[in-house]
Design a protein around this ligand. Structure first.
Ligand SMILES: O=C(O)CCC(=O)C(=O)O
Ligand SMILES: [Fe+2]
Length: 354
């Protein structure tokens, strides 16, 4: 019995909850994918300062801290990731998601797995389905799934080489970013020792991270569809490559009412999204901003989100607190937080409040 057949056998219901729609063969929006109209995007007006852009060649601490505290989302430029690598990642993602459905589902991610092809992980929290498909990569799953997707060694080798190089670059960049942003609130080298790369490969506590590739196919009725529903990221921070197609929106963190602002791509930029763990470590100072993805009529959008987390067994908790600012969250390990998020989704943070 093939593994897919076995999978269906084990999960007789909810096939559509793990297998994305075959978008290439779907001309109109099925009812399962019709959302009530998303609220209009609020274009930044002159009175609203645009989303910060931080150049990593000479980052100003004050600006970086402001970006984390007031926005929780910012663009970075001069990040050192070669343009050619970003383009290759974009091409490989298109190659992956353009495969016929019968091939993609050979690498399907079952509900109790964390890697492979499938619907957005947060789908289970919504009645309606999203106009997107994804591919999650962690550790050795990359080689295993790539071999299933492309029996021809030339194809899977190309895919793996590009993704491995990208993960390595993202690992280095995310370490740099985490220590930079934590430095802006006075955290010392000693307090962030767990960030040091494990050069000797001897530690058992190396950083946990994973790569999520997202695909948002062209949609005939984008106003009725949702690419990725509103959520915050559970990570320390997420680095997003979004090519040159818009779609990401954040809930304006400077307003109480829920209006959405587009985070449009900037030339050679990457987007940094601060996650729930940074919000906890900073004792609530850094925002973990709610974001979502809308789709469009003309362009297939692919994105690569690199989620950076702390070492597996590291206990984290608010690192900046004093008499005037007692800790507002209790200590936890990332796995515990991920488990809470998998059950309570956007309410998970509140469960860890002191
Ligand atoms: O694709 C995007 O623009 C955002 C993706 C995202 O928010 C996520 O994967 O958590
Ligand atoms: Fe996200």
């Amino acid at each position: 019995m093939s593994s897919v057949t076995q999978l269906f056998k084990n999960n007789p219901v909810n096939r559509d909850r793990i297998i994305p729609l075959d978008f290439t063969n779907t001309k109109t929006l099925p009812d399962s994918h019709v959302w009530s109209e998303p609220e209009p995007v609020l274009e930044p007006e002159p009175t609203i300062r645009p989303i910060p852009i931080i150049s990593l060649s000479n980052p100003e601490q004050v600006l970086l801290r402001h970006a984390c505290e007031e926005w929780g989302v910012f663009h970075i430029t001069d990040h050192g990731i070669p343009h050619s690598l970003l383009q290759n990642v974009g091409c490989q993602m298109k190659k992956l998601f353009s495969l016929p459905m019968h091939r993609k589902i050979l690498a399907i991610r079952s509900p109790d797995e964390s890697t492979g092809y499938g619907v957005a992980r947060i789908s289970m929290f919504y009645d309606k389905l999203m106009w997107s498909e994804g591919f999650s990569v962690m550790g050795s799953s990359l080689q295993r799934h790539a071999k299933i997707l492309w029996p021809d060694p030339d194809d899977h080798t190309d895919f793996c080489n590009v993704m491995e190089e990208y993960q390595k670059e993202m690992g280095d960049l995310s370490h740099r970013l985490v220590s930079m942003v934590m430095g802006t609130i006075g955290l010392t080298h000693e307090e962030l020792r767990w960030l040091e790369p494990d050069i000797a490969g001897t530690r058992t506590d190396s950083i946990q991270s994973f790569l999520q590739l997202n695909s948002y196919p062209v949609c005939s009725d984008p106003h009725l569809a949702m690419g990725l529903a509103p959520h915050t990221d559970s990570s320390l921070l997420t680095i997003l490559y979004q090519g040159n197609i818009s779609g990401l929106e954040i809930q304006n963190p400077q307003e109480e009412e829920s209006r959405w602002i587009g985070v449009d791509p900037i030339e050679d930029g990457l987007v940094v999204i601060m996650g729930d763990l940074s919000h906890i470590i900073s004792n609530g100072r850094f925002k973990s901003t709610m974001h979502r993805v809308v789709v469009n009529k003309t362009h297939h959008r692919v994105t690569a989100a690199y989620f950076s987390g702390p070492p597996k067994n590291l206990q984290i908790g608010p690192l900046i607190n004093d008499k005037d600012h007692p800790p507002i969250y209790r200590r936890l390990i990332w796995e515990e937080y991920l488990a809470a998020k998998a059950t309570h989704f956007n309410k998970a943070l509140t469960l860890f409040r002191c």
